[in-house]
Design a protein around this ligand. Sequence first.
Ligand code: NAD
Ligand code: MG
Length: 389
Amino acid sequence: MPDHRHKRLSILGSTGSIGRNTLEVVEQFPDIYQVEALAAGTNIELLSTQIQKFNPKCVCVLDEQHAIQLKKWVQSPVEIIFGPSGYEQIAAYPGTNMVVSAIVGAAGLMPTIAAIRSGKDVALANKETLVMAGEIVMRDIKKHNVRLLPVDSEHSAIFQCLEGHQRTDLSTILLTASGGPFRNRDFSTFKSIQPKDALNHPTWSMGQKITIDSATLMNKGLEVIEAHFLFQVPVTEIQVIVHPQSIVHSMVAYHDGSIIAQLGIPDMKGAIAYALSYPNRLPLNQPIPNFFDIQSLDFYEPDLKKFPCLSLAFEACSLGKTYPAVLNAANEITVAAFLNHQIGFMDIPHFIEKALAHHQPEKEMDLDSIVCADRWARNMLNQWMTKNA
Ligand code: NAD
Ligand code: MG
């Protein structure tokens, strides 16, 4: 077994899909990983089970009500805190050396920044952090001399394909996408798509928001912006390729025409484990793809007419400034409205486009202007959707 540094972890979003998968990896390697602190939203049933099993010193929940309820349930002397400042406390928890950032949406931004600014390495699943504040995050990473290790499977793949190579030799990032559940669906029927149809992802099992993002291809759009900041690559050098089997997790093309790809079964544990153990690899005992069963791997061009969210993300990324934060906020609001049956599937790109068109970007690129742009977009969207109802 390779020599792993003993790691003490804070896990933000421990009750979510990534959080649960992370704890499964941790459970497999009790000699390497120790859970110091956990943060969840409102699922205190599962959080109390996690407290029993992993014995953290401190946990955070969304609000006081959930904290009081949780206190009644747990016997252990764990400290229970709540709210936005609580999440930042968990992220900066003394003694931890790595933070897993797996809260969903914009709520993950401040805790992730708090982790970086307190000198912790970050295993980043919360792509919204880089979409909203990529420049600031990358600057802080350098300033505080910490590592930002991607958990998103495509970015983990790209990260692995870049290892041992010169950045100056890179020509194009080839970002693969499953294409989601509506890849082959007739466009004329898109208006009648229901949340239950969109929640039925063909290859990946994930939280609700990212599953809808995968159905609109906004997930890939957010990933383009994430890759642009994380790997410091111009958006014109990122190409999206639809690959329905989700076996090739992404590729990197070099100037000599060589392409390096990373492959594996579609299971987030591989990417999570690599972020936790980098530069080593854990003996995870994951099955490898059976190529005799798979036989062929397919690749297609994305259909931008069916999936305008992908074009909108490319556009926001090219515009830069606070546009990606507006794209992200508008997406969060419209996805929640779609899940609540308030708007249709094609209203998601419609309203995001409107938000980008009306946005006046802030001049300064600091955290305040990002939070401002995020708030502006949420307010506008709520007004427009109320008028529409
Ligand atoms: P999820 O919905 O399953 O879990 C989200 C977690 O965040 C839960 O623990 C929830 O309690 C917590 N949470 C939700 N709202 C919160 C709030 N306002 N404040 C604090 N905590 C809150 O989501 P997920 O699928 O695990 O995704 C988490 C993040 O990882 C997302 O940013 C997603 O884009 C990214 N990601 C997920 C996958 C995947 O396979 N699930 C893959 C790549 C990237
Ligand atoms: Mg991904």
